[in-house]
Design a protein around this ligand. Sequence first.
Ligand code: SF4
Length: 653
Amino acid sequence: MGQTITEQILDEHLVEGELTPGEEIGIEIDQVLTQDTTGTMVWLQFEALDLDEVQTELAAQYCDHQTYQFDFKNTDDHRFLRSAAGTFGAYFSRPGNGICHQVHKENFAAPGKTLLGSDSHTPTPGGLGQLAIGAGGLDIAVAMGGGPYYVEMPEIVNVELTGELPEWATAKDVALHLLGELTVKGGVGKVLEYTGPGVETLTIPERTTITNLGTELGATSSIFGTDEKTEDWLARQDREEEYVELSPDEDAEYADTIEVDLSDLEPLIATPSMPDNVVPVREVAGEDVEQVIIGSCTNGAYEDILPGAKMLKGREVAKKTEMIVAPGSKQASEMLAREGWTAEMMAAGVNFSEATCGACIGIGHVPASDSVSLRTFNRNFEGRSGIEDDSVFLCSPEVATAAAITGEIVDPRDLADELGDLEAPGLEMGTKYGPGMGESDPDIISPDEAVDDDLIKGPNIGDVPLKDELASDIEGEALLKMEDNITTDHIIPATADILKFRSNIEKLSEFTLSRVDDTFAQRALDADGGFLVAGENYGQGSSREHAALCPMFLGVEGVLAQSFARIHKANLFNFGLVPLTIDEETYENIDQGDDIEIVDDVGEGVRNGATEFTVRVNDDWEATAHLDASEREREILAAGGKLSWTKQQHESD
Ligand code: SF4
């Protein structure tokens, strides 16, 4: 039987298991990336594993999430990351050089290779034919040490594109359309593989916008094949030698096919506060807009910013609206500046930010209270912008710019009709890209140019906490009962005041689930053990392993949820927290404060492959909970987490 593109790449990198959906496979990783919020833990764990040199073809450390320096902590973290990259042999991208996905795409992403990144939007270079997967930091540390990455073999779904995007509809609308149809859970356990004649009408920046947003569908990854556009784009980055041809075999079989006729699409918008609350822009037209931001890893390329620049030529940003452009990389900033677009946009009233994640996680440009912000980002989870009652809409750069011009949400087609001289900007590729590969880019320090050969730890950088082996009995209070779709932003918010403690778990854990219940951390410590209870899709969102590490530090033993998000579930295993699945009735009947006991010998059951455990509540009633885990995940859980397990493996080698 023929193979899909994903199967071809996986087959070439397979070190354990078979390509049967649902089965755990181990794959070899060619490249890894990590960013500043997750990176400090990655390197501390790399050090704790007694590893001394990166074993993958390439590793890159970016400083993108929190580039503003409020005090010494963040600067210390960046210096530590530079020292770790230098000591262990990774590329280091300086703060301000851009967002990891954008900079990695420009400098290192290569078709046919595997990439593992400690950030959930790692699948972005799937638009270039790279099989890229987001994972927790500990998985990255192990992969950098040369270990395989284990993942459940996903189902491969064919997204067949036909037709061509009409004027004013964009790649963002393709992704928003899929989110509206499939929801934030629609891609769980799947790789979305884009095929069909519509693919060749899309540029590489358009394709990577689509693969970036695959994360919001919960997909393991998203990927396109390669063609002349891929080759041309790599050549513009001085990397044409990286090109390989990738297409599915003619008789490849997909688990499912989703058809999208690009010519049927129109400008869409995700309304607050989930990326799948998608409606046509016309449905919400007329709403006042106080802030517009173009940027992020979704729409931060030169080609994403240029349409807005063209729309603003000879116009001004509405007086009641603030418009910010935060390019995704310094390369994009440079290109806009060299071609005069920065000055044009500034003259129209645009405020430029450095190339950083910033506003996407509430670090800078927090919206005013009770106001609407239109952003070209990928997430609008409640509170993520830095203010609890935010009202963030997600849309294309064209829709965002139309709102900046009028001060209200407007379909750009209607604005064009009204103005008479507003032309659809279309998508124009940049002619001259940035400096190219690592060695020639002053903002990327290659391992050969490293300035440090020892780790530099400031006073805010702590140790990695460890957990004991899994006990035979686990019992405790239902410390917190939560609803569906609890995100990692709920568990550990990524705002500046909290994130500065990312390398200090003892301090950071004080903020655990504070957005749900600000008494949680203290109660968990006082209770000395207990459980979290949640509805569907617990832990969706980022790859942030602090969302498992901090509850572990507070003594949480396990999570009882109706279902889990993929990366977060892996992180729970990695830090020795038992993820048990319960049915809706059990979820409804457990109240916060109930006494919970997992009756069977849990440690023994986990080791012996038990899939069902009895949950006794208040010594009064019982229900069944399920453990869906591979043999390897069971060993990790029994050992008290992946760090201890990996050390044990090394010792027995
Ligand atoms: Fe940065 Fe936002 Fe992209 Fe995450 S989603 S990498 S915070 S821009």
